[in-house]
Design a protein around this ligand. Structure first.
Ligand code: EPU
Length: 450
């Protein structure tokens, strides 16, 4: 398995551009199943998860040209409805073909996703949405079989669960309702920018969706959807990760295509900590801004609670934990989306971090110097936090199993090296072949997460 060898303590400076959003691209690719017309997506990031989604769509009868940059998709065969376990286990986001398949083909067979590195990840809300639209749900041999032989009917459905709204659940119900008969109202819809991007795409295809970005979506079903050409929004989690990279090295970095408007809770925490995210360009187009990131010499401790958007995103919790290791005093981080998402804590401790965990809350006693060490990546965002710690640490850090990073960051080492980091990708050809073939052993530290 490839690893990163990082020489720490180098101040980052320079300019890079934020790539397209992985979590927007995946459901938008699945929306190709909703139409016979051609779907063209631009600004698609070059990631393993995108290749996995392309593979899944091909298995479902979609011709997919390209896997990054510009991707063109068109349905060629309407008869395939089965998302097999071998692909679902590599990528939980496979579940987002459920709504599109049901809407167009009236039947979807999806392998039930298992647990992941940060706990159980149920899909009950997705299924509740489909049932509310009139579908029947059964479980057989580990597959969920969802059928609606007479088509779907609009309804009112509440999509909140114990941890708030569901992002991919909202995407699924939105796609299904776009082609259902009559009006659907989704209450407690996810408000994430990725959901807004999907609604924008579906509306370009001819759907009638109002309210995206807020908790109530009103969807008037249409007979069919057509072709569209759409550019994916920039990735707010990648943007936040590179902003933390600037801050942990006391750097001075310009980030282009920074989705400022989707990151207000993150910018608020940066301000509290003493990291300045200054708008250089894009006040009139705040999802595509250019910002300059600098930080004060002494970072301040703070408290962070992860929440559904517009709250602080769980996908930046691990990276901010690294940042707060450098602040002068005690910070408190509470994880309210995935209470078990703390795989990075033990690895950061190997580098000298002082972190005390009680259930979903961690106290980060900042100020102890981080020291380079061999550490192991366990999921996508935990891996990012370890790379950030390696940038800030004295000496050399080896982060193993960085295939997790390749699922969510396009060549992270190259981006950071442009800014003056010294990160070398150490290849292990034999092991990376076997990891690519079987990357998803649940709850073992190689688990799939996104
Ligand atoms: N939940 C339920 N029932 C459901 C669905 C979700 O109880 O049917 C719970 C989850 O267990 C969790 C909360 O609701 O506690 C939110 O989960 P959500 O459904 O919103 O997560 P998701 O849609 O499966 C997406 C991202 C994740 C990100 C979460 C939360 C994609 C491909 N994945 O997952 O991204 O953490 O939203 O914002 O969009 C990542 O990129 O590293 C990643 C894990």
């Amino acid at each position: 398995m490839d690893s990163f060898r990082i020489q720490g303590g180098r101040r980052l400076a320079g300019r890079i551009q934020i790539e397209g959003s992985k979590n927007a691209t995946l459901p938008l690719m699945a929306a190709a199943l909703c139409t016979d017309g051609e779907l063209v997506l631009r600004n698609v990031p070059c990631l393993v998860d995108i290749s996995n989604m392309a593979r899944l769509l091909r298995e479902l009868g979609v011709q997919v040209d390209g896997e990054c940059g510009t991707v063109k998709m068109r349905v060629m065969d309407q008869n395939k409805v089965h998302a097999h376990y071998d692909i679902v286990k590599t990528m939980r986001a496979s579940i987002c073909v459920l709504g599109p398949l049901l809407a167009r083909r009236r039947r979807a067979v999806i392998a039930m996703p298992g647990g992941c590195a940060f706990g159980s990840r149920p899909i009950d809300l997705h299924l509740r949405g489909m049932q509310a639209l009139g579908a029947k749900v059964e479980l057989d041999g580990g597959d969920i079989i969802v059928t609606a032989p007479d088509g779907l009917k609009g309804t009112t459905v509440f999509l909140g669960g114990p941890f708030g709204s569901t992002v991919l659940g909202t995407a699924n119900v939105m796609c299904a309702a776009a082609l259902a008969k009559g009006r659907t109202v989704i209450e407690c819809a996810a408000c994430e920018p990725e959901v807004v991007d999907l609604a924008d795409l579906l509306n370009k295809m001819g759907a009638k969706i109002q309210g995206a970005g807020g908790p109530r979506l009103v969807i008037d079903g249409v007979e069919q959807l057509g072709k569209a050409d759409h550019t994916i929004i920039p990735d707010r989690i990648v943007a936040g990760t590179y902003a933390v990279a600037a801050a942990v090295t006391n750097g001075d970095v310009i980030l282009e295509e920074f989705p400022y408007d989707g990151m207000l809770a993150v910018i608020d925490r940066f301000n509290e900590i003493g990291v300045h995210v200054e708008l250089v360009e894009g006040a009139d187009n705040p999802m595509h801004a250019t910002v300059r990131v600098t930080s004060e010499r002494m970072l301040r401790p703070t408290h962070i609670t992860t929440q559904p958007h517009p709250g602080f995103p769980t996908d930046l919790q691990a990276q901010f934990m690294t940042l707060l290791c450098l602040a002068g005093g005690n910070s408190i981080i509470t994880e309210k989306i995935y209470p078990e998402r703390f795989m990075h804590v033990a690895e950061l401790s190997r580098m000298g971090a002082q972190i005390y965990r009680q259930g979903p809350t961690c106290v980060v006693a900042g100020g102890a110097p981080l020291k380079g060490a061999p550490v192991m990546a366990s999921d996508l965002r935990a891996s990012a936090s370890l790379v950030l710690a390696g940038l800030a640490a004295e000496g050399e850090t080896n982060v193993s199993r960085i295939y997790h990073l390749d699922r969510g960051y396009t060549r992270m080492e190259e981006q950071l090296n442009i800014l003056g980091a010294r990160i070398e990708r150490v290849r292990d050809e034999v092991a990376s072949k076997s990891a690519a073939e079987s990357p998803a052993e649940s709850n073992t530290g190689t688990a799939v997460t996104a």
